[in-house]
Design a protein around this ligand. Sequence first.
Ligand code: PCA
Length: 205
Amino acid sequence: MSPRRRILVTAFAPFGTWERNASQLCLENLLPLLSDEYEITQRVYPVEFAAARPLLESDLRLNFDLAIHLGQAHNTSRIRLEAVGLNVGAVPGRSDSDMFGLVTDGPAAYQSALPLSQWADRLREHGIPAYVSYHAGTYLCNATLYWAHHFLELNPELRTQVCFIHVPIDISQVAGLPGDYLTLPSRMTAEAVARLITIWAGDAS
Ligand code: PCA
């Protein structure tokens, strides 16, 4: 029997005015969907530049087969498979002059080597709205994508493939708020991630 594939799945803690983070809701709904053919390690990172990076790097040192990083995007109703991480960080609400580089002398960007457009097609075939995004923003989600690629570049003995997925907010997060919001049920975002794991495992075998 082949060894169980080891997968790291990370989400983010609530931030700003949000009481929950859609990525955490996705993670909670995902775990029961996964068969025990995978060995899953789950983490929830703080939404802080200084605190998140060392946690991410110490997790990546554990040399998973796949690292799936999940983050919340409040401005979409589709699953966003993030293709590019930029070497730029910013705290929301601050001015342009507060932008900073994530890694001194690091490359301007990393691009995912995974077949994200095929994966988005496969999700849509199953009725799940999804697309490939080429801009993950400039906050912790972009930083996680960039740092993960950079760390793996510097540590070529690690075999981990990295995927960053932005998930829309869940209706439960906004049901009590006035106004209209773009949402997608966490049950569906979790189904999307479960399907992507199956597709990835099929591609890798
Ligand atoms: N979303 C933010 C940071 C944490 C999260 O869940 C982002 O898109 O960068």
